[in-house]
Write a protein that binds this ligand. Structure first.
Ligand SMILES: [Zn+2]
Ligand SMILES: [Zn+2]
Length: 113
């Protein structure tokens, strides 16, 4: 569902762990470590924490789902990105489709393939 945060359209940041080689297949409702609040993502791929006002682009962030010891950068593989965000797409009513399309296009543009 599209919500508003600081005047922009955002969604709850739900994805599979985007780290290359990670074997965790669960969808994760990510929260900011230390803040324990659910993060948002906007349609340009910026991740936001409503507690500390963190705002960082998906590709500049680091992820740890618990299946690996360290925080690691996300994949730059476009197919992996599409799979990672599949649930967010399925959760959308027609109003959110435009949001998801713009988010995916933005992320895929920054992939290596
Ligand atoms: Zn935070
Ligand atoms: Zn992982």
């Amino acid at each position: 569902m599209v919500e508003y945060y600081n005047g922009e359209e955002v969604m709850q940041f739900i994805s599979k762990c985007p780290v290359d080689g990670c074997t965790n297949t669960k969808d994760i409702n990510w929260e900011h470590t230390g803040c324990s609040l659910k993060e948002y993502i906007n349609d340009e791929g910026y991740i936001m924490c409503p507690n500390c006002n963190k705002k960082i682009h998906f590709f500049d962030d680091r992820f740890n789902c618990g299946f690996h010891e360290n925080y690691k950068p996300p994949t730059r593989n476009s197919q992996r990105i599409i799979v990672s965000f599949a649930l967010l797409g399925r959760l959308q009513s027609s109003g959110g489709k435009k949001f998801i399309r713009k988010l995916l296009n933005s992320l895929i543009d920054q992939c290596d393939d």
